[in-house]
Ligand binder design. Structure first.
Ligand code: HEC
Length: 200
């Protein structure tokens, strides 16, 4: 008698947990839509992008600029492949095969008004190839990777929507910093020139 009472209570408990989970708003956390940079992306399950993740960028690329975004407490560190940076010494725009990686980090306030990165959050990659004619993006294609190098989204729409504002800089916000780094051989440091809402 006692045992069947316990079983009945257990079943009631399990049933109420199942009902609670079903109606709970927490299930929306499993929705495959991620909001980033003020836009919504559907996470690409096919994991497809023409822009490959440059595995060796930390060793082989040049860190050309650090951009602090003080309002949002984010630091962005940009890297470019060495041959493309070299070619900027003599040319105005980039050769086919140029690859730029932007790391976004959470950060804390450091001394002399600079931010200190505390955690790597995202990797944004843009690559230029002759023959890649992308509407409103010149020959640049974009991809968003996680810190471990897995593709988060190959969706170009939002990247293009924003980067097209700087079409006169070959679609790169930090072209002036790239040119300065090519000329001086020094990593540049600056605060974002643009709306802080895009700094994630
Ligand atoms: C709402 C605007 C916005 C969107 C959307 C956006 N970016 Fe950017 N991106 C910027 C800004 C602004 C910078 C320069 C950093 C700064 O000054 O804060 C930048 C810089 C970059 C850089 C470094 C080269 C450069 O242009 O300076 C890469 C690479 C990059 N973005 C990739 C991406 C990718 C990939 C996406 C889409 C997944 C994307 N961005 C979406 C605004 C945007």
């Amino acid at each position: 008698m006692k045992i069947s009472k316990w079983i009945a209570r257990l079943l009631l408990f399990v049933a109420s947990v199942v009902i609670a989970i079903t109606i709970s708003p927490f299930r929306f956390f499993y929705s495959p839509v991620v909001s980033e940079l003020g836009y919504s992306y559907t996470v690409s399950s096919a994991a497809e992008s023409p822009v490959q993740f440059p595995n060796n960028y930390k060793q082989q690329f040049v860190h050309y600029v650090t951009v602090d975004c003080p309002t949002s407490g984010i630091v962005r560190q940009m890297y470019i492949d060495r041959p493309s940076l070299e070619s900027l010494k003599a040319n105005e725009t980039f050769p086919s095969g140029a690859v730029i990686v932007m790391e976004t980090h959470s950060a804390k306030q450091g001394s002399d008004n600079r931010l200190i990165p505390t955690q790597l959050n995202n990797l944004f990659v843009r690559e230029k190839r002759r023959g890649w004619n992308v509407a409103a993006s010149g020959e640049w294609q974009s991809a968003w990777y996680s810190p471990s190098g897995s593709l988060v989204s190959g969706n170009q729409t939002s990247c293009i929507g924003c980067h097209t504002q700087v079409r006169d800089r070959d679609y790169l916000f930090t072209l002036p910093a790239l040119q300065a780094a090519a000329k001086t051989g020094q990593t540049q440091h600056q605060q974002t020139e643009f709306s802080t809402s895009v700094c994630r």
